[in-house]
Ligand binder design. Sequence first.
Ligand code: SF4
Ligand code: MG
Length: 276
Amino acid sequence: MSTESPTDLKPKNYKSDIKPVWCPGCGHFAVLSALTKSLAYLKIPKHDVGFVSGIGCSSRIPAYFDTYGFHGVHGRGLAVASGLKAARPDLTVIAAGGDGDGFSIGGNHFLHACRRNMDILYIVMDNQVYGMTKGQASPTSDPQWPNKLTPHGSGIRPFNPLAIALSSGASFIARAFSGDPSGMSKIFVEAIEHEGFAFVQVLSPCKTFCPEQSEWKHQVKEVFSETTNDSVLAAQRIHSDNGMGKGIVYQSNKPVYRCTYDASIQRKDLIKEFTL
Ligand code: SF4
Ligand code: MG
């Protein structure tokens, strides 16, 4: 990791030398750029960022950052991020992944991370498909969406990530669009500055398996232009939206979970405690 002074940091300084392997036109490129802009805007030193992910196309993102990073196992990014924040509360901890990783195999971690309300930013790049494993329906796919594994659609009602986050206790809930990188960068800034669990669903098209998502640029609208701290009003707004509304829908001050672990405890003493 290079060590520029935080005041000299430009967005490009947060990028590593590793070239993304995403398909040309993938929405995730915009997430990478928007997040580097947000970190540079906030002047967060690179060694103060811990970037964690699960598995999938989008979960490759920590490798493209010149910060500390951890490419975890499927659906477990939030578990690692929570452990990291507990042990190092001074770090800006960011977790990222996709809709398959975060809402299916990692769904349980998502619920409890919202409920725990640790001071973490969680970005889900949602393209309504398992891209890395060649295009199966994910928890956010349209029930009629035809694909190789379920040619007549999955027939299963899609998961509503914002509604689940709200009902599970997340204290910052937003939706961004990779076709609006500057709007997305502003949302990331607010999310990082928020104290508590900040969930940002990014509509991030998969050009390869869902080329029809290029239409999203005509469908996404600035619906949540006013943020509320009223969970009933937020629920009404989320449920009356068609899944294409962007903005920060909900933000409130809730107790933030902080670990009370005594850092002076030695590893050997911990091992002794767990020895049967
Ligand atoms: Fe992006 Fe889809 Fe290609 Fe994965 S398969 S890199 S999500 S365009
Ligand atoms: Mg996906």
